[in-house]
Design a protein around this ligand. Structure first.
Ligand code: BGP
Length: 459
């Protein structure tokens, strides 16, 4: 491959409606769970910055799309805000249609392929009140929303994804307090996960039945699970972590069935998931065309406290590998080789499905410390991060993994769930006060790689 990527390889970035757009309560948008949570408990949000303005893409998208072009993007992923398009669940908001059509046509006119995602953690508040993903009604509402989105934008968009990281709201909302409802309840978590999967397959079925052109997939955060040691107890712990956090979605979306071990887990926990046999058939018949993989960090685990542990602690416990390289700002391990291992796992166990890196990036706090005299962020750490990951990715591709693109998280610094603008991820710096944008050093590096379609010489 000679440091080259295949012809047509996708280069770009990912973002999401709620983190980038702003206009949170304007132009007819309905309230999301994040809008509600900020109103109810602003102290929970870093520096009390809410989701109202974020990075103002709603008003600055023209200039932003020009910048994408300038830094070599041939593709860009964002999400439609469900609450903006269908504020009450049924009436289409004309302003949302105008906005998204403008964005998608402009991207097309600038040679940037849109990958459009339907759900990025932004549950409409009215549905949250009825139980969100714990309620079967939400599945029907989502299917309707997906149908409207395909009909309204299908002439401009031919690459769709249903969900971004569906396991995250389950983990962070039902086993943690980082998303709402913020409880620890395995049974509720299992129900929410199942109904999310059902919404995903129903959206795929609607897409295919109505004969839309193009492809549809999903974006999963895959966190390879590594055991502390070769002891069987540690290895078993890694198996459970992998089952719950990777295979719970990966197997059904790619292979059309849940892993057998999932039944074992549900039985051990005495959880009854209210599935119907016809739904299992839907899962079997509606596998994805392609997979998006978000990769930030691996998961390291050790044996759980069998018998005495509470919740998931019975199965596995987190383990801090002493040799780990940590991003101190986010506390996440940087393990570039994980991307290679993911690529081989997809090749060997997931029918070598076409996939792409849908998010990979590093969040750094206090980036103003890296400004040079001209006011450009010298983010060499971001360049190293991307380059090291790309080299491992390329090795996986040389060995046959079917990867078709690399998207960095993210394009312009954007708002994050409870962390807001603490960790900056963008190739472009955002001045929060003035909303002005300025390319970082990494943006110029990214352009070189994207335009030449290869990595710099070195190994
Ligand atoms: C992914 C999400 C993104 C983004 C990113 C960085 O999990 O898909 O929405 O936020 O992680 O994480 P964070 O913003 O929490 O640092």
């Amino acid at each position: 491959m000679n440091n080259r990527f295949p012809e047509g390889f996708l280069w770009g970035a990912a973002a999401s409606g709620p983190q980038l757009e702003g206009a949170g309560s304007k132009h007819g948008k309905g309230k999301t769970v994040w809008d509600y949570w900020f109103e109810a408990d602003p102290g929970k949000f870093y520096q009390q910055i809410g989701p109202e303005t974020t990075s103002n893409f709603y008003n600055q998208y023209k200039e932003d799309i020009l910048s994408m072009n300038e830094i070599g993007f041939n593709s860009f992923r964002t999400s439609i805000s469900w609450a903006r398009l269908l504020p009450d669940g049924t009436t289409i908001n004309p302003e949302a249609v105008t906005f998204y059509r403008e964005v998608f046509s402009r991207l097309r006119d600038h040679g940037v392929k849109s990958i459009v995602n339907l759900y990025h953690f932004d549950m409409p508040y009215r549905l949250h009140l009825k139980g969100g993903w714990e309620n079967r009604e939400t599945v029907e509402e989502f299917t309707h929303y997906a149908k409207i989105a395909f009909e309204t934008f299908g002439d401009l968009v031919n690459t769709w994804t249903t969900f971004n990281e569906p396991i995250v709201p389950v983990e962070m909302g039902y086993l943690n307090d980082k998303h709402l409802p913020g409880v620890y309840d395995l049974k509720r978590a299992a129900h929410a996960a199942y109904f999310t999967l059902l919404a995903h397959v129903k959206a795929i079925s609607v897409f295919r039945e109505s004969g839309h052109c193009g492809e549809i997939g999903i974006i999963l955060n895959l966190t390879p699970s590594y055991p502390r040691s070769d002891f069987p107890e540690d290895k078993e712990a890694a198996k459970w972590a992998d089952l719950l956090f990777n295979r719970s979605f990966l197997d059904p979306v790619v292979l059309g069935r849940y892993p057998l071990e999932m039944a074992e887990f549900l039985e051990l926990e005495a959880i009854d998931v209210p599935y119907k046999n016809t739904e299992l058939d839907l899962i079997k018949d509606n596998t994805i065309d392609f997979l998006g993989v978000n990769y930030y960090q691996p998961r390291r685990v050790q044996a759980g406290d069998k018998g005495i542990g509470v919740g998931l602690d019975k199965y596995f416990k987190p383990y801090q590998w002493p040799e780990a390289k940590i991003n101190p700002y986010r506390g996440w391990e940087i393990y570039e080789k994980g991307l290679y291992e993911i690529s081989l796992n997809i090749r060997d166990n997931y029918r070598n499905i076409p996939w792409y890196v849908a998010e990979n990036g590093i969040g750094v706090e206090g980036e103003e410390a890296f400004l040079d005299e001209e006011g450009e962020v010298q983010d060499d750490y971001r360049i190293t991060f991307m380059e090291d990951h790309l080299r491992w990715l390329q090795k996986g591709m040389v060995e046959g993994s079917n990867c078709f693109g690399y998207h960095v998280w993210t394009f312009i610094d954007n708002w994050s769930w409870l962390n807001e603008y603490k960790n900056r991820y963008g190739l472009i710096r955002l001045d929060l006060k003035t909303q002005t944008r300025r390319k970082k050093k990494s943006a110029y590096w990214f352009k070189q790689v994207a335009v030449k379609n290869r990595l710099p010489e070195k190994w």
